[in-house]
Design a protein around this ligand. Structure first.
Ligand SMILES: Nc1ncnc2c1ncn2[C@@H]1O[C@H](COP(=O)(O)OP(=O)(O)O)[C@@H](O)[C@H]1O
Ligand SMILES: [Mg+2]
Length: 480
């Protein structure tokens, strides 16, 4: 469908066109000129020369009486050029479209062919392409194989997107097991609804075996240790023949020198004993489930201590990494919710250990088939090395200017106009960058209501409270 013609001036990055009066043109629709230049509408401006001139505007009432100013309305659309279409392929553009060239909308079938969005037994669909409102089929391995990030403010639809992805993996029989670091216990129903595919594990039930009683892990579990304390800890650990916290304590208690430091250290180690994280039940049987193709949902919502959270995450990730390297488990997708908690942008934080292993996996994991899905509502606080390794980036609504600024610096495919549309996205709407050759606007489907996260806004929380606890009573009705 023809929608206008190119106006001056155009270059190989982009062009503008005058929109025909009767054309219906949506932002983000793909267009092509009669010379084959393919691109996407990134902005539409409505203009009226009559209503632009201040000298004229002061006589607006007069003008209205004599002319119909809307007759002077016209629209200019701006297009970002992606390439030159020849034989159903998009090639590099060598010369810009000529002013006067006609522009038409690329229809859905044509777009599907150009982008390879056809449904096949290899593809999944988790949403619709905007503004076409057509099912978005893609190869799931393309999404996960080079790590992906889902970045957006709270309530924008991140967890729902993960739920629909997991649901689709399950229904389409994608044989890639997933390990979800479920920080807020949002995925608890997967193991109920798909018991043969998902296993739920409470992080409290994950105990670390004695081999993890090493200086790195112990010192990350407690507040800063002095140099002397570190030295004492190190030498005590090296003397452990059967590693347990109790044995470590007895070695320390038997020390005669440096009593002050030793006693301070003992108090800290006692604190670790209270955490109850080392024990007999190792990770073996839990991680072993992956061998049978099961996915693991690890519920960290019972973990109130950031150091414990980070340490357990570290140990899990390290085990996955090592086992994957040795080929003992199948390739795995690891989804990390609230990733900024486990891998912040600062060094020496409470999450030092998990940050270390996550950056390592971000850099090396794909070689071994260990893929990351990083979810965060604070991209600005997220570790930069990890951010840089996320080849596919899914942005849902973001309004925080620092986060937006950061998004701008990491997303190569997006234009300024794309970035400025991020704050206006509706729940579930996203820009996907890096999955295909060009960014795409999509709206994710809602996951099965039983699998959806338990996100509740404040109004529903207030309503629910009064529903459960009886109606509001006014002070005068209450007998004190
Ligand atoms: N694809 C979608 N379509 C319509 N509404 C959605 C969609 N995704 C999310 N929502 C709405 O937004 C709410 C928050 O979604 P959620 O995935 O929990 O957000 P986040 O994880 O980003 O905090 C959901 O309860 C739902 O009402
Ligand atoms: Mg969420």
């Amino acid at each position: 469908m023809e929608v206008g013609f190119v106006i001056s001036q155009s270059d190989i990055q982009g062009y503008s066109f005058l929109v025909s009066k009767d054309a219906k043109l949506d932002n983000n629709v793909f267009v092509i000129t009669d010379s084959g230049i393919f691109g996407r509408v990134i902005n539409i401006a409505n203009m009226n020369n009559l209503l632009m001139d201040q000298d004229v505007l002061i006589y607006y009432d007069e003008i209205l009486k004599h002319v119909a100013p809307e007759r002077e309305n016209y629209s200019i659309a701006h297009v970002k050029i992606y390439g030159y279409v020849k034989d159903n392929r998009i090639n590099r553009v060598n010369s810009p479209p000529k002013p006067g060239d006609t522009v038409r909308i690329v229809d859905w079938n044509e777009l599907k062919r150009l982008f390879g969005l056809e449904e096949s037994d290899q593809s999944i669909s988790i949403g619709y392409v905007l503004p076409y409102e057509q099912e978005f089929y893609f190869d799931p391995y393309r999404l996960v194989e080079k790590h992906f990030g889902v970045l957006a403010m709270s309530g924008a639809g991140k967890s729902n997107m993960i739920s629909i992805l997991l649901q689709e993996f399950t229904q389409r029989g994608i044989d890639l097991p997933v390990v979800v670091f479920d920080i807020h216990n949002e995925y608890y129903n997967f193991s109920q609804i798909y018991p043969d595919r998902f296993v739920s594990i409470k992080s409290g039930d994950i105990k670390l075996s004695g081999e993890y009683i090493n200086t790195d892990v112990v010192s990350s579990l407690i507040e800063d240790l002095s140099e002397t304390q570190l030295y004492i800890l190190d030498s005590a650990i090296s003397r452990l023949d059967s590693p347990s916290i109790d044995n470590l304590l007895s070695i320390l208690r038997s020390k005669d020198d440096e009593k002050r430091s030793v006693n301070a250290l003992i108090r800290k180690i006692l604190h670790i004993r209270n955490m109850d994280i080392f024990g007999e039940i190792g990770l073996e049987e839990k991680i072993g489930m992956l061998k049978y193709g099961k996915s693991l949902i690890i519920d960290f919502s019972d973990s109130t201590n950031d150091r414990i959270l980070s340490t357990k995450a570290y140990v899990l990730l390290k085990e996955l990494f090592e086992r994957r390297k040795r080929g003992e488990i199948p390739p795995v997708l690891v989804i990390v919710e609230e990733a900024h908690l486990l891998a912040s942008n600062e060094t020496n934080t409470e999450s030092r250990l998990s940050q270390l292993i996550l950056t390592r996996i971000a850099r090396e994991g794909r070689k071994f088939g260990l893929c990351l899905g990083i979810i965060s509502q604070r991209p600005y606080y997220l570790n930069q090395t990890i951010m840089a390794q996320l080849n596919v980036q899914i942005f849902l609504r973001i309004v925080n200017p620092y986060d937006l600024e950061y998004v701008k610096s990491v997303s190569e495919q997006l234009t300024e106009d794309d970035i400025s549309s991020i704050p206006n996205l509706l729940p579930g709407e996203a820009i996907i960058s890096g999955l295909l050759k060009y960014p795409l606007f999509v709206r994710f489907k809602l996951a099965d209501s039983r699998l959806r996260s338990n996100y509740t806004d404040l109004r529903s929380m207030v309503d629910r409270y009064w529903e459960v606890n009886g109606r509001r009573r006014y002070l005068k009705d209450i007998d004190f």
